[in-house]
Design a protein around this ligand. Structure first.
Ligand code: 5GP
Length: 222
């Protein structure tokens, strides 16, 4: 079976040099390296989609409620759902009906995760009661965001809650309070951008997952 645990990117790996990739001119000087190329992200998501499909196929008419955590999770969500839809088209023995929901959170200011968490769009979720829920998130750092979110969703009494995160971070202080059920990659303790992950609303329009340069951090600081 396909691994639900993250593919581990070791501390020694500092990313691929930029000049082997096609990068937008407007960000080229702000990046240190490409940590996870877009193609690798796609391949890993395809594998995760298959694993989720095999684990959670629940049969008609029951839907899996897929919850996208905006904004950072939108690329992962979109690609994951498309790949599950593809499995739904190609398999004639099982299927996974889905409904799609969206909420928005914000916790980061500059490159530090802050203690306040804003959750937007949580009001009308009575439909979650007794349903199977899959929360789709971009990255888990300290795990506070996901732990808080999961607690909020539990109030609506879904039957099951599962969490898929594209990335978890191996923090230097080793303090992380949340482990997702499905994870794409575990990365060293760097601040990363690209593939919808931002730094103060910059870099979402970048395909590859990249490590920022110090000068890039300074340049876009608010
Ligand atoms: P946590 O509560 O787990 O510390 O933080 C999770 C949230 O912080 C994520 O949803 C994401 O928005 C943001 N975050 C954490 N690490 C990074 C990172 O390396 N890059 C970016 N762009 N956002 C991050």
């Amino acid at each position: 079976t396909i691994e639900a645990e993250p593919l581990i990117i070791p501390d020694l790996f500092e990313g691929y040099p930029l000049n082997y990739f096609n990068l937008p001119l407007h960000y080229r000087n702000d990046l240190k390296s490409v940590l996870i190329p877009y193609g690798v992200v796609q391949d890993r998501i395809e594998a995760l989609a298959r694993r989720i499909f095999d684990d959670l196929h629940i049969g008609m008419p029951e839907q899996l409620i897929c919850m996208c955590v905006l904004k950072g999770g939108y690329r992962f969500f979109s690609d994951l759902i498309l790949k599950i839809q593809k499995d739904n088209r190609l398999r004639s023995d099982r299927s996974l009906p889905m409904s799609l929901e969206f909420i928005r959170t914000r916790s980061y200011v500059n490159d530090q995760s802050s203690d306040r968490l804003e959750i937007i769009g949580l009001s009308d979720l009575k439909t979650l009661k007794d349903k199977n829920l899959l929360i789709v998130e971009d990255i888990i750092d300290r795990g506070v965001t996901m732990a808080t979110l999961k607690k909020e969703f539990e109030k609506f009494e879904p039957k099951t809650i599962r969490v898929a995160s594209l990335i978890t971070k191996r923090r230097k202080d080793k303090i992380c309070v949340f482990k997702p059920d499905y994870c794409g990659f575990e990365i060293p303790d760097h601040f990363i951008v690209g593939y919808a992950l931002d730094y103060n609303e910059y870099f979402r329009d970048l395909e590859h997952i990249c490590i920022l340069k110090e000068s890039g951090i300074t340049k876009y600081k608010v």
